[in-house]
Design a binder for this molecule. Structure first.
Ligand SMILES: Cc1cc2nc3c(=O)[nH]c(=O)nc-3n(C[C@H](O)[C@H](O)[C@H](O)COP(=O)(O)OP(=O)(O)OC[C@H]3O[C@@H](n4cnc5c(N)ncnc54)[C@H](O)[C@@H]3O)c2cc1C
Length: 396
């Protein structure tokens, strides 16, 4: 497998739990060397996938840590007047025995650390894949340092810039939505906690101006401190103490920001804070206070890109999951949940192969649902981005 992101690691955990041999090759030199975001909303799809792939004690750890906000998405105008409350879907049967609700929040790095737990012998860092060769019986992945790895199936879990997708499905395109996010963390101090309206302790809050300037505010509060929960439930995994925060992102079309991509990337965290303060000038004082609270070192820009859906393709022993095939705008908060769902579905398919099912039949069934569900969410996320931020629609 190529790529030790959320989807890839979930698949590795699932395959290990099923007793299937696997190796994963990651281009980063180590876990945590790259900024990858601050917060994930795990919905029932992500939860159910984690519950069937992780060893039970690691799933219990996720359930113990993950925050349980009100299952609402709140809309506000720049004066922080409510423009509506969207209630996320309610209780439904779960695969986890009921220990984790359908909507939880977790820090992304904490989840990745948990997903990496116990995988030291199968995750190979510093391996940038540059392509592969395949025949009917095996696939050989090639790496930038000249090394190779051979196996019976190659899984592309290498994210939106996937080199495997570029070779396997060269007609699959990535579209730039022309919107940019500026994303950072605000410490959730007791003063700020008191200043926030109680409704804001929900899954997500969208402050949207008429001209589609957007500020997303999402509390990341732990149910139990990750370091004490891991000491209790999985002592071999040492998690650092971590404070509650607000994950805060400003979004706007690039052509309205007044900066080029190059200038955005070159700007310091402090300069990005100042840009957002300018962009939200005249908004409610609490908004200003939140943006002023950004820890500058955590603030960075993100270009919002999306896969362009393609028709199904002939099945082979090279398959894909997550952002490698259906990257989507974060506007529906679904990409990681779908990547985790893919991982659980591919685990189930490969488990059937071990029990005697022909490999290509199992991969074909996996890909059919993965394509339907993945591209459905790509379209829905893109439509949300167009409605909320004026993002370019998908070019189809
Ligand atoms: C601001 C923001 C907020 C988001 N919030 C949410 C949310 O709340 N809920 C949600 O469900 N989703 C959310 N998402 C989407 C989510 O982050 C992604 O969909 C998810 O990370 C995809 O997981 P993945 O494993 O497919 O890819 P990734 O997590 O991108 O992992 C890919 C891995 O492959 C490695 N790699 C890449 N190329 C190579 C190569 N050539 N060789 C070897 N390794 C390689 C990378 O280093 C990386 O480790 C958000 C996204 C953004 C930008």
């Amino acid at each position: 497998m190529i790529g030790a992101g959320l989807g890839g690691l979930c698949l590795v955990q699932g395959l290990r739990r099923a007793g299937i041999s696997v190796a994963v090759y990651e281009r980063d030199s180590a876990a945590g060397v790259r900024r990858q975001g601050y917060r994930l909303h795990i919905d029932r799809r992500g939860r159910d996938a984690l519950s069937v792939t992780l060893p039970p004690r690691l799933f219990a750890l996720v359930a113990a840590i993950a925050g349980r906000p009100a299952a609402n998405v709140n809309g506000f105008d720049p004066e922080l007047r409510s423009t509506g409350v969207f209630t996320l879907d309610g209780p439904a049967p779960s695969a986890d025995g009921g220990i984790m609700p359908a909507h939880t929040i977790i820090d992304r790095q904490v989840l990745r650390r948990i997903l990496l737990s116990g995988l030291d012998d199968v995750v190979h860092y510093g391996h940038r894949c540059v392509g592969y060769d395949s025949d009917a019986d095996a696939v050989t992945a090639r790496f930038a340092d000249g090394s190779i790895a051979r196996g019976s199936v190659l899984v592309a879990a290498d994210g939106v810039g996937s080199v495997i997708r570029a070779q396997r499905l060269p007609h699959a395109r990535i579209a730039d939505s022309r919107t940019r996010l500026i994303y950072g963390r605000v410490p959730l101090t007791s003063e700020l906690r008191c200043a926030l309206p109680p409704a804001m302790f929900s899954v997500f809050n969208s402050v949207v101006a008429q001209d589609r300037r957007f500020l997303g505010i999402a509390p990341v509060q732990y149910r139990e401190a990750p370091h004490t929960a891991s000491a209790r439930l999985a002592p071999e995994l040492v998690l650092e103490p971590i404070e509650d925060t607000l994950a805060v992102m400003f979004g706007r079309r690039l052509d309205r920001l007044g900066l080029t991509d190059r200038e955005l990337r070159a700007a310091s965290g402090r300069e990005l804070c100042e840009l957002v303060l300018e962009q939200t000038s005249g908004w409610h004082p609490l908004v200003t206070r939140i943006v002023e609270g950004w820890t500058p070192a955590t603030v960075y820009p993100i270009a919002v890109r999306s896969s362009v859906p393609i028709p199904p393709w002939p099945t082979s022993n090279v398959t894909l999951l997550g952002d490698a095939i259906h990257a989507m705008s974060p506007a529906a908060g679904a990409g990681a949940n779908i990547a985790l769902r893919d991982a659980a579905a591919l685990t189930a398919a490969l488990t059937e192969v071990v029990a005697g099912r022909p490999l290509l039949d199992a991969i074909r069934d996996y890909e059919q649902t993965m394509i339907d569900e993945g591209f459905r969410m790509v379209r829905l996320s893109a439509a949300n981005g167009t409605r909320t931020l004026g993002a370019d629609p998908l070019p189809i």
